[in-house]
Ligand binder design. Sequence first.
Ligand code: DC
Length: 228
Amino acid sequence: MAFTVAIDGPAGAGKSTVARRVAKALGFTYIDTGAMYRSIALQVLEQSIDPEAIETVSDLAHGSAIFLSPLDSMGNQKVCVGGRDVTQEIRTPEVSQMTSRISAIPEVRSAMVELQRSISRQSEHGVVLEGRDIGTVVFPQAEVKIFLTASAEERAQRRFQELQAKGIEMRFEMVLAEQIERDERDSQRAASPLKIADDAHYLMTDGLTIEQVVQKIVDMCTDKGYGA
Ligand code: DC
């Protein structure tokens, strides 16, 4: 089994940026598990499927060919579903809200977990997975487990700036309110709620630079014997 780094935490904690950089630094495969759930949500929206129609959404999840490309030189990952590039489309606020709903469906989760484990098995050196349930459900035996977080205001501020950079107009108060709503749903759902694994390193990133956070995680991997 490849060396596994599990990075969990709430929306907007900087998991994605940090996980990509850690993967680059160590030459590991990067798996954005949120992008997988987002790909299902996009199809639910596009096909006007009722998110309460559990069986239809589950069939969609089991039948979807999701592909995550290796990171390019800029640290970007392309997300495809059924051969179609959906990298941009899966990042809208509408998709975020739908993702939070359909990711509460146990059958959807089992399909995604199966895919995450299967991609990880193919990885030669190691793998960095980011999500909500990686250290608790997907890879409880991961060598390094991180719970990455930041204060609600700091996280909403980062999300707000990201949306602005993409030209998506939304008031800050709205971003904060949606984030709080998603946080609640993600941590209170019955199936694999967001929670800290007993043996995870709790990393609060307020006031830390990305480089400092990445270095801390790379050091944890070295301490666990990677590269020794
Ligand atoms: O990390 P993100 O913002 O792309 O996640 C989008 C949604 O997917 C979020 O509401 C939580 C959910 N998610 C999940 O339930 N389990 C994961 N492993 C990853 C994401």
